[in-house]
Ligand binder design. Sequence first.
Ligand code: GLA
Length: 391
Amino acid sequence: MSTQELNRKFIEKYGESTEETRVFYAPGRVNLIGEHLDYNGGYVLPAALEFGTFLFVRPRSDSKVQFASTNLPYEASLDLSEIGNKSGEWIDYPVGVLVELAKKDLKLQHGYDLLFHGDIPNGSGLSSSASIEVVTAFAFLTLLGGDTDTVEIALLSQRVENQYVGVNSGIMDQFAVANGKRDHAILLMCDTLEYSLIPFVTGSYKLVIGNTNKKRGLVDSKYNERRSQCDEALAILKQEVPELSYLAELKPEQFEIHKDKITDETVRRRAKHVVEENQRVLDSVEVLKANNLKQFGQYMNDSHVSLRDLYEVSCLELDVMVEEAQKIPGTLGARMTGAGFGGCTVSLVHEDDVERFISEVGAAYTERTGLTGEFYVCGIGNGVEELKGAN
Ligand code: GLA
């Protein structure tokens, strides 16, 4: 839908006004490599997608804040005094942002009309919720004259997710959505939040995202279980390496020396994934700088194996899609992306083979799982921004 069409929808919904409607946008994200490392103080390599969430917003003269979306089924009109009441609906994301802003003395003084439009497939692990949080934070910081520093916006949005929505996620998603740059991956050190933009120039290769359309069951409880297993491993290894503050700080060679101190075999496997995946991110950056996409593809494959066998956050559907993707001759690498237990895969595929990839992987996937996958050929886009003159 074009921004002009969205503007018409906005007026259909909220009517005309002399106040200006402003338009903001934040993307979704894909993680290229470095999974389950953000809460372990490691490196991650995500990128912003070319699809995301638009927010049209216009001041009102009364005290109502109205929320609607073109793609999500729930709507609400809240009085300013009701901001902070949780609904269990998608509006908890933008409402949570307003609650966080109020803590920074940025309270709304009057109402607003808000219309969201997202073209990220919901619940697919491409960070549609982070995209809503970040676009809302950026929009209201702009409207209220606050600081629009995008690192602070990522942190604020993560607090919304952790404290208001109640999902214990790391910083990666919000950070990528807030700080993405066209044709670049973001190398983020999740402990210090130092980051650099790495040109992701893939020439005749395309990123293909495959949505398994498998509902991500139990993802929150399994996610939290992985987090506590990592904490357990850290506590044990800290006795050997006292200066260790995060699991991902350990080099693979150090891990080999101390690993037997972790007697629980499952916990040991979780830690091994973290340590080796972190090294893979650093190695990936080197090979990307040297334009060695083939080796990068190999690291993607290795990452999937580790997530499947050591961290155990994959599932049949993700494994089948990755396996079928790897059978296509033009595929350099394929892996699950995001938290796991369903959601999406990401593959690097030669442009001449993309059509074949979509039809053959799609057919085999359906045959083996009974589900219909969806595929998106994606470019890397920008992070959050105001779209001036878009309406
Ligand atoms: C989810 C979380 C992120 C990160 C990934 C796994 O997307 O929101 O913080 O932990 O899983 O890498």
